[in-house]
Design a protein around this ligand. Structure first.
Ligand SMILES: Cc1ncc(COP(=O)(O)O)c(C=O)c1O
Length: 399
């Protein structure tokens, strides 16, 4: 038998999640069915009791969704994965399955705005506290760990400042303190092609599959990846009972399709981003470039250690007041002003008023997110064309 576990990344992204179907279709069909037939009352009972494998109802599992789940589990090196209706569905189902009232989450101080809001304004209402720390400073983590800590949660590179956290060190410190602590890593920016947190010692990976995993800007989805037992708990409690944020079969079909080219897309995103980062770094109108591939970026060495390539995301600050900077960005013609990321198109957004508007001014400052921070998701266009677009938009700023 051909052992897919021993195959390379490209082979896994194409062949994992092989699905048998009556017609022998090469591409797994879209099982657009909410429920599944039992051959008897007894069989239905056995399936509900977990005594027999098989499908029951698509809020629990669905054959098309399983295909996407198996691909993501194989690529992340996890025992199992769970598809959800959004990245926020994955994050909330994973967190609700990991904590109870009285527990504490230690989280990175820079996170996607809605993740921050879920912990800061949402879970806190139910007796779960969250402390936001600079996890790039490992001494801060050591000092904050307590018997109440049940989860250490981070993004790396983080949204939107690209801050890098040493996954292996955070996992080592957290597990030395208490092996039961769940280290959860949002791997949306890196994707498993660039970074595999579970292999570095993390317990759980979450994704906004809306981004690079799907890669084509036409789906909102998420994944949780980890040990089979934990994924089963998230499936039967966090997803089934707490959030109901189920991935649709059609979205799973698109994701399985998008995943077949993840490695090629990421290589191109990274190559383009490196060229654009160097161009912006040397541009007289640009104050600062945040990109893990630049030697003068704070997290450069750790990024090099734990990532295959520095990724397709970056942020910049312009040497201009807010209105002048906005006017320059409005001149972009090829690049699109939009949130989201990881699409074929280059997307540009203003973090403080868009993706991170859930932070107050003080919280933005505490997280190192400057008022002028512009986040760029570098697309798959010809890099010369992206550069030419920034060049024409920024010319009057440089004078
Ligand atoms: C790093 C990160 N995690 C999670 C999310 C939430 O994902 P979704 O929009 O798919 O719910 C986002 C969305 O932008 C994100 O950037």
């Amino acid at each position: 038998m051909f052992d897919l576990n021993k195959c390379g990344f490209a082979t896994k992204q194409i062949h994992a999640g092989k699905h048998e179907n009556a017609a022998g279709a090469l591409t797994a069909p879209i099982y657009q069915s909410s429920t599944f037939e039992f051959c008897s009352v007894e069989q239905g009972g056995r399936r509900f009791a977990g005594q027999e494998n098989g499908f029951i109802y698509s809020r629990l599992s669905n054959p098309t969704v399983n295909v996407a789940e198996e691909k993501v589990a194989a690529l992340e090196g996890g025992e199992a994965a769970l598809g959800t209706a959004a990245g926020m569905g994955a994050i909330s189902a994973a967190l609700w399955s990991s904590v109870v009232a009285g527990d504490e989450i230690l989280a990175s101080d820079t996170l996607y705005g809605c993740t921050f809001s879920l912990m800061n304004h949402g879970m806190s209402k139910f007796g779960v506290s969250a402390k936001f720390l600079d996890l790039a400073n490992l001494e801060t983590l050591k000092a904050a760990l307590s018997p109440k800590t049940k989860v250490v949660y981070l993004e790396t590179p983080c949204n939107p400042t690209l801050k890098i956290v040493d996954i292996a060190e955070v996992a080592r410190i957290a597990h030395e303190y208490n092996p039961e602590i769940k280290v959860i890593v949002d791997n949306t920016f890196a994707t498993p092609y660039l970074q595999q947190p579970l292999r570095l010692g993390a317990d759980v990976v979450v994704h906004s599959a809306t981004k690079y995993i799907n890669g084509h800007g036409d789906v909102i989805a998420g994944f949780v990846v980890g040990k089979a037992d934990f994924i089963n708990t998230v499936r039967t409690f966090g997803l089934k009972d707490m959030t109901g944020a189920v991935m649709s079969p059609f979205d799973a079909f698109l994701i399985a399709r998008g995943l077949k080219t993840l490695d090629i897309r990421m290589e191109r995103h990274c190559a383009n981003a490196m060229k654009i980062a160097r161009f912006l770094h040397d541009h007289p109108a640009v104050e600062k470039v945040y990109y893990p591939g630049l030697e003068d970026f704070e997290g450069y060495e750790i990024a090099k250690k734990q990532m295959k390539l520095p990724g397709g995301m970056m942020a910049i600050e312009l040497k201009a007041d807010r209105d002048t900077a906005a006017a320059a960005l409005n001149k972009l013609q090829l690049c699109t002003i939009a949130v989201s990321l990881g699409d074929a198109e280059t997307l540009v957004e203003h973090a403080a008023t868009m993706t991170h508007s859930t932070y107050t001014r003080e919280e933005l400052a505490a997280s190192g997110i400057s008022e002028g921070l512009v986040r760029i998701s570098v697309g798959l266009e010809d890099p010369e064309d992206i550069i030419a677009d920034f060049e024409q938009a920024f010319t009057h700023l440089a004078k």
